[in-house]
Design a protein around this ligand. Sequence first.
Ligand SMILES: CC(C)(COP(=O)(O)OP(=O)(O)OC[C@H]1O[C@@H](n2cnc3c(N)ncnc32)[C@H](O)[C@@H]1OP(=O)(O)O)[C@@H](O)C(=O)NCCC(=O)NCCS
Length: 337
Amino acid sequence: MKRSIIKSTGMFVPPNVITNHDLEKMMDTSDEWIKQRTGIEQRYWIDQEGVTGSSDLGFEASQIALENAGWSPQDLDFIIFATLSPDIMFPGSGCLLAAKLGLDSTPALDIRQQCTGFLYGLATADAYIKSGLANKILLVGAEVHSSGLDKTTRGRDVTVIFGDGAAATCIEGVETDESVGVLAASLHADGNLAEALMAELPASRLPVRLPPGLPTDDARYFPVMDGPAIFKKAVRMLPKVINESLEKAQISLDEIDLIIPHQANMRINQALGQFLKIDNNKIFHNIQKYGNTTAASIPLALHEAMEQGRIGKSGDVVLFAGLGAGLTWGSAIYKFL
Ligand SMILES: CC(C)(COP(=O)(O)OP(=O)(O)OC[C@H]1O[C@@H](n2cnc3c(N)ncnc32)[C@H](O)[C@@H]1OP(=O)(O)O)[C@@H](O)C(=O)NCCC(=O)NCCS
């Protein structure tokens, strides 16, 4: 049977480190508040003067993943690009990335599932591989948040948590009788809570997408978030969806070597550990360095966990889980070949 194997990973963050102290100079916040409430110490932002899109960060991460897989771009038969911050309104960043990779006919699909973009992408890649539609897939999660954040006190609850970054995985269909690769995925969405985390403009539902004369600091340009509501939902739904995947894969929590949750808030991930009654060192954190990089967060954490030797040996089992705008949430279980 065909199994979907993560052959390699790659990551890239832009060079500008923005510490909590840097944010203190822009808005009424403090290093202490940010660290205590979120666990974040710093994040990376693109150069605020230049032109850098999520496909540019995705390109850098993809080149590393492709090199690590020993693949050339021409080997790819499908590209999946997950982002909530596409370079432009259309076409999708997957098409832009494909062009940057020197490709001119490889199919490219954008996924707009925010913090669960990688989970939706992984499940899609797995389905494409198992159905025979594709066999060598590049799955990228990349975000440029910094150009769309309200850097005044009005936006502080959102702005302090997000960072720019990208990560890529090369996923290959491998014929084997072993139960390896993507073992299970559970995905959910609830658009009734769309307004709990959204950026409203530009909006095709309005008579004019960008109402004329709108000041460039109109709040609708920037993400708004009902943080406490999302926090509660995450703490409630993540254990449920994790159990759903475990049941689908027919394995127990004890058999999971590492949980890689979406990096939205250190306290959410610690609460997850308490709910699941598992040791905290079984949960991977890197939010302190990168903040919330949304679609890039889980693959970026996977890349680092593998580099640190926390996961990646044959037979190791990793569980991914996340919740974010949409709302969308999900989990997936992966066993290394
Ligand atoms: C955003 C989040 C960190 C806020 O933490 P919180 O403990 O819920 O804090 P609250 O929103 O209740 O705000 C507490 C106080 O801190 C203030 N505050 C908010 N952001 C602040 C900041 N950056 N610096 C200083 N104070 C801040 C609030 O104004 C509020 O003040 P008040 O009590 O005088 O009204 C937290 O709710 C969270 O992480 N939510 C989930 C985010 C998430 O998972 N999103 C989905 C993925 S993107």
